[in-house]
Design a protein around this ligand. Structure first.
Ligand code: ATP
Length: 366
């Protein structure tokens, strides 16, 4: 069942800012959707229109299959959680949680058991009688999450719910959001500008730019087949390497015999993620991979660590590129390395529109 359906919704604010432009999205029951994009791209406005806090100029919003246009926020089947959710500071955690309860007609014992159950799941059991004003930021966000989940709404809307927390807490709460939404079959739409949070949480990921959708897909496909240059640049722990290439005269490190060029183009932008641009130390045994579509040499100028993985950067054909270094390599700044990438690691984009050029055409040329 589709719990949330947005069809071509648009919103222009007074003053002419087109905050959201022809935005469509469907979330099935139990799906966790994530809107990701730079500041000002229209994420919050989209959420506010679903909640009924803003009115779209065009388009339709359906919740559980019913159009909600014109309905007041309190009449829509949604629950909300924000970056700094307002709790009642003088009330206890249990009392704050009770505000979320969906079935107000249950007796007190039933209420209490629901509150205790969610408190257990969120590790708040020992804090139930504490006043909200005495809680830490992470504990407060847990209470806000519990309160929103207790509402048992068709759709849970979360606007940057973790952005005020430190990294450790953020990761912990990401896991809790995922686990609890899964357990309860809760459909949810979360907004973040943090691409790694988006990748961790999303069943369905929507990359937004200037009010429009750049790509709406499962996270894995957004990483492996970015639909636009913008999506390719926005998603990824390290910046994707990009070259503008004239097909008639490509840079010498491209191996034209290993590349099937997209039909009909004379200039393309080629992207290669640092993870797929592999460096090997130059030594007696260092033969470049015969099938590589990109092959060149660089000098390591800098190291960049992402967790346990080490990337290097250096100049290739006169521009700075990032590449992955083999695990355990004892490389030093100044070392020469051989860089290579397979044809399948190359992403092609139209330089005018920024759109991906036919992936099917990219394969090993024999
Ligand atoms: P952030 O990540 O910074 O919260 P966002 O992606 O959520 O940004 P929105 O808050 O939806 O973006 O804003 C989209 C655009 O609409 C921005 O240019 C913003 O300045 C503008 N905007 C938002 N609210 C209003 C308003 N009430 N009046 C006029 N313009 C607004």
């Amino acid at each position: 069942m589709n719990m949330l359906e947005l069809t071509a919704i648009s919103k222009q604010y007074p003053g002419g800012v087109q905050a959201v432009d022809q935005f469509s999205l469907t979330l099935k029951e139990g799906e966790l959707g994530v809107l990701v994009g730079p500041s000002g791209c229209g994420k919050t406005t989209t959420l506010r229109m679903i909640a009924g806090l803003e009115t779209p100029d065009e388009g339709t919003i359906r919740i559980r299959g019913q159009a909600v246009d014109g309905q007041r926020p309190q009449d829509r089947d949604v629950a909300m959680m924000f970056q700094s959710s307002a709790l009642f500071p003088w009330l206890s955690v249990a009392e704050n949680l009770a505000f979320g309860l969906a079935k107000k007609n249950l007796d007190r014992r039933a209420h209490r058991s629901q509150i205790e159950a969610i408190a257990r799941q969120l590790q708040l059991e020992d804090l139930l009688e504490r006043k909200a004003r005495t809680l830490s930021g992470g504990q407060r966000q847990r209470v806000a999450l519990g309160r929103a989940l207790l509402k048992e709404a068709a759709v849970l809307l979360m606007d940057e719910p973790l952005s005020s927390l430190d990294r450790q807490l953020r990761l912990q709460l990401q896991d809790e959001i995922l686990r609890l939404c899964r357990q309860r079959g809760q459909t949810a739409l979360l907004v973040t500008h943090d691409q790694s949070e988006a990748l961790n949480l999303a069943d369905r990921l929507v990359v937004m730019n200037q009010g429009r959708i750049e790509q709406n897909d499962i996270p894995q496909r957004i990483v492996t087949q970015p639909a636009t240059l913008f999506a390719a640049q926005f998603i990824g722990e390290r910046p994707i390497n990009l070259w503008t290439v004239r097909i008639a005269a490509p840079q010498s490190f491209f191996q034209p015999s290993r590349i099937v060029w997209p039909a009909g183009a004379d200039t393309v932008v080629i992207g290669v993620r640092p993870q797929q641009l592999r460096a090997r130390m130059i030594g007696p045994a260092s033969q470049p991979e015969a099938e590589a579509a990109l092959r060149g040499e660089a000098v390591i100028e800098q190291f960049h660590w992402i967790g346990a993985q080490c990337f290097g950067s250096g100049s290739l054909g006169g521009r700075l590129v990032e590449f992955s270094l083999p695990e355990g390599a004892n490389s030093q700044i100044g070392d020469r390395v051989i860089l290579s990438a397979a044809a399948s690691a190359l992403h092609f984009f139209d330089p005018e529109t920024g759109r991906r050029l036919s992936h099917a055409a990219i394969s090993f040329s024999q």
